[in-house]
Design a protein around this ligand. Structure first.
Ligand code: M6R
Length: 602
């Protein structure tokens, strides 16, 4: 949440900062600001998007070569210019991601500063200023020693703007080490095209960046060694490449991104799956009797779907799937013969990260199912699987769901292999995983147009119910989430069996009902539920691979060779359907209102 960029080098800071912010905008987009230095500070802040900030830059262009910038997702104080970062306090300019929990208490100590914003961040800027004499690093450390909460910060003092001090605790900060220039960013995507060499700060680390180098210290003001790592992503991956929206690009590229998830891991010929990163021997895998899967939003639904598959594959393992933001309030007992799968596209989600730390503190091994390489969860996990889906820029998660589910399914297959389960029971999963990318490709190629037309027809409805049974139930939940977040249609998912226990009361002309119906052993039950809604004049859309005649207003029939993995394919129909509804309603598809891509506050 929120994006930070900083720059010191030979280039024009304003353009480096604004182009970096544009790449980070998906992390928060209610206001944006930059400050650059050259004898004097030029502060530009705008409510709205980076495009609004760019208008200010046009009329106040400078050739300054040092600066910091920020794109905001409001926590304390409404989206407005005065609450936009950078914040100023005395000689200090600062940008901040995260939440200063004890900001009220700190604020009461800062009698000499006249606060201009409602933010917790300005309190930290003022605290740093109160300690600042002539050593900015020392002032930052002294201030941070008093802070409770999370932060990624970049700070510059007006009397020595040749130094940027950055620090992190619970909110990512990366230093890009270029030739004759150094960049700072809360996400590696802002560094692409400048450098592929980066220092990922750890929690509790502070770095002072000058034209001569980078010096790391810890909160006790002791020196820390910096390790330079290679950034794996490339510029093309974060560009739209001709698509109207990142969301459409990310839906469309699933055949390729899923193939990356599977590459080198699924061996169809020998009917084996190997996940190198989990660091577990077959006998350790055999010892696992319980799995806890943790995630938020789409990652949680991917976990829920994977739990059905894992329990189908391995009889002696129970799987418990938990929403990260609730896990810590439930005091759940986690047995020692457990492993936890920590699922997160960004690898930065605050609730998911907090759960992982809690589970680790109970002595249970945590494996990350992560997309973003080098992210905090990936670094702190005890092992795991990178899903290699490439950067997901659109706020709505699509390709990550497909790859996360497949990665967890691969883990389930490894558990099965460790138990010498009859290969015949594992075979369909391995074979279908290997053809899933091409089945998704066929669906997108052959059916996108028809799905767009159907979406248009239903785009004026304001309510929707999504229904599924078994493996189609998590898919129904995911379909409803996708629709609501980008189209603002009030959509909810239910297990189809629950229909008669309440939701059927909603059926009227304002609603459409999406039935996700894989051609499996639950087909007849779904058909009965569908008929119950049809009898009440519902507007039913059935998404199915079955050839059975269905009493639906609209049937989206997906021909496929898949059997067990059909629900993952049917979800792609839901993704396209939600996308086209959002487009038809004229919404900002990639940056829906009130949301941000990476939720780094609890
Ligand atoms: O980065 P994560 O996978 O941890 O994010 C989890 C959720 O915030 C995310 O899936 C969210 O629900 C998406 N906007 C859904 O499309």
């Amino acid at each position: 949440m929120c994006g930070i960029v900083g720059y010191i080098g030979k280039g024009r800071a304003q353009s480096v900062l604004t182009s970096g912010l544009a790449r980070l905008e998906y992390r928060g987009y209610d206001s944006a600001g930059i400050v650059t230095f050259n004898g004097r500070a030029t502060l530009l802040r705008a409510k709205g998007k980076v495009a609004d900030l760019n208008k200010l830059v046009k009329s106040s262009a400078t050739s300054d070569s040092v600066g910091i910038g920020h794109t905001r997702w409001a926590t304390h104080g409404e989206p407005s210019v005065k609450n936009a970062h950078p914040h100023r306090a005395g000689r200090i300019y600062m940008v901040h991601n995260g939440i200063i929990e004890n900001y009220k208490e700190l604020k009461s100590r800062l009698k000499n500063h006249k606060f201009a914003s409602e933010t917790d961040s300005e309190v930290l800027a003022a605290l740093i200023d109160s300690f600042y004499k002539d050593d900015l690093t020392e002032a930052v450390i002294k201030a941070l020693q008093l802070v409770d909460g999370t932060y990624g910060i970049a700070v510059v003092a007006t009397d020595n703007p040749e130094k940027i001090v950055v620090a992190r605790n619970g909110s990512p900060l990366i230093i890009g080490v270029g030739k004759d220039e150094t960049l700072v960013a809360s996400d590696a995507s802002a560094l692409l095209g400048y450098t592929d060499r980066a220092i990922y700060l750890n929690d509790g680390e502070i770095a002072a960046i000058t034209r001569d180098g980078i010096a790391l210290r810890n909160l006790q003001n002791e020196p820390v060694d910096a390790e330079i790592e290679k950034i794996e992503a490339d510029l093309a991956q974060i560009q739209k490449q001709g698509y109207a929206h990142f969301l459409l690009k990310e839906i469309s590229e699933q055949p390729k991104t899923l193939a990356e998830t599977l590459r080198g891991r699924v061996d169809v010929r020998n009917e084996r799956v190997v996940l190198g990163g989990i660091n577990m021997t077959p006998s350790q895998l055999r010892g696992i009797k319980h799995i806890t899967i943790v995630g938020c939003g789409t990652a949680y639904y991917a976990g829920l779907l994977a739990s059905y598959y894992i329990e189908q594959l391995v009889e002696d393992v129970t799987v418990n799937v938990v929403i990260a933001s609730e896990f810590r309030y439930k005091s759940s007992y986690i047995p020692h013969d457990s492993v936890a799968l920590i699922v997160s596209q960004s690898g930065e989600t605050a609730d998911t990260l907090a759960c992982m730390r809690e589970i680790q503190s109970r002595g249970v091994k945590c494996l990350g199912i992560i997309n973003s390489v080098g992210s905090t969860i990936a670094r702190e996990a005890d092992g795991g699987v990178y899903i290699h889906a490439g950067p997901e820029i659109s706020v709505a998660s699509t390709k990550a769901f497909t790859s996360q589910t497949s990665a967890m399914l691969m883990f389930g297959i490894m558990l099965a292999q460790s138990r010498s389960i009859n290969p015949r029971d594992v075979r369909p999963f391995i074979q279908e995983l290997s053809i899933l990318p091409s089945e998704i490709g066929k669906l997108i190629k052959n059916q996108s147009k028809a799905i767009a037309a159907i979406a248009k027809k239903y785009s004026s409805f304001d309510h929707a119910i999504y229904l599924g049974r078994g493996t189609a139930y998590p898919v129904a939940l995911e379909g409803a989430l996708k629709l609501k977040e980008i189209s603002y249609v009030d959509a909810n998912g239910y297990p189809a069996g629950e229909l008669k226990h309440g939701p059927i009361a909603l059926v009227d002309d304002r609603f459409f009902e999406v039935f996700v119906i894989p051609d499996d052993e639950l087909l007849e039950k779904m058909v009965s539920n569908l008929q119950e809604v049809e009898a009440r004049s519902g507007h039913i859309i059935a998404i199915t691979n079955s050839s059975k005649k269905l009493a639906a207003e609209t049937v989206i029939k997906v021909p496929t060779k898949l059997k067990v993995l059909t629900p993952i394919l049917l979800n792609v129909v839901q993704q396209l359907f939600a996308y086209h509804i959002a487009v038809a309603r004229g919404n900002d598809v990639d940056q829906p209102r009130n949301l941000a891509k990476s939720v780094t506050v609890e």
